[in-house]
Design a protein around this ligand. Structure first.
Ligand SMILES: Cc1cc2nc3c(=O)[nH]c(=O)nc-3n(C[C@H](O)[C@H](O)[C@H](O)COP(=O)(O)O)c2cc1C
Length: 209
């Protein structure tokens, strides 16, 4: 199996709930164990942007997402915002990769300062301190100097900033195509197989004339 067997996925309250849901779906299909965290604001955004209505409590959310994605029992684990006893709260138990998708500018700032005021911030802090893979998918327009400084700071610490800005060179026909563009880039970084977007040059037959 290429890429991490266990991945932490955190959804925060930036626009872009479909990215997080699609990533969850892809990770389940690739047989990964997913540790799932979601902020209150992200639940509001999800209800605004999609037809998915997550139940509020972690255990019910876990059952819902397991059925929604067709995951096997125990494949998706959902933790509440103050569940400090969960594996993601500690370097000895947390997965080797974490994706915050979408990443609000508020969570970006909290992660950049090591605030650890909720489990999402703590899990990201753990990922950074353990020098593991942290992928942040911010969405805001325009970015202020504060946002840009936080992104630079995190990038210098080893986090990967992957903005939710799909390209158009694959000639997307649907919104799903645009979502898949971003999710495919996340999966490429994780080294997890995906067939949504060919890697650049994959179908290129040599020659420069
Ligand atoms: C419908 C909706 C869309 C939002 N879009 C964004 C956005 O694109 N980027 C962003 O940084 N915040 C956005 N926000 C604001 C965040 O949700 C808000 O700052 C919140 O405090 C973030 O909290 P969290 O980081 O704990 O999820 C949006 C809020 C709502 C309700």
């Amino acid at each position: 199996m290429s890429g991490p067997e266990r991945v932490t996925v955190a959804m925060t309250g930036a626009s872009g709930a479909p990215y997080g849901l699609r990533l969850l779906d892809c990770l389940v299909r690739e047989d990964r164990e997913v540790h799932f965290l979601i902020s209150k604001a992200a639940q509001l955004v999800m209800a605004t942007e999609t037809d998915v209505r997550l139940p509020p409590k972690a255990m019910m959310m876990q059952a819902f997402l397991t059925e929604y994605t067709g995951a096997s029992a125990g494949q998706i684990r959902v933790y509440g915002r103050d569940d400090w006893m969960s594996p993601v709260a500690s370097g000895s138990g947390s997965p080797s990769a974490m994706v915050v998708v979408p990443c609000s500018t508020g969570s970006l700032s909290a992660i950049a300062t090591g605030a650890c005021n909720n489990l999402i911030e703590r899990a990201a802090d753990v990922t950074l301190k353990e020098r593991r893979q942290l992928i942040l998918v911010p969405r805001e327009a325009p970015f202020s100097s504060i946002h840009l400084e936080n992104m630079l700071k995190l990038s210098n610490m080893g986090a990967i900033i992957l903005p939710a800005s799909p390209g158009f060179y694959h000639q997307p026909q649907t919104i799903d195509d645009l979502v898949d563009f971003v999710v495919a880039r996340i999966l490429n970084l994780l080294n997890i197989p995906q067939d949504m977007l060919p890697r650049w040059g994959e179908h290129h037959i040599g020659g420069d004339e």
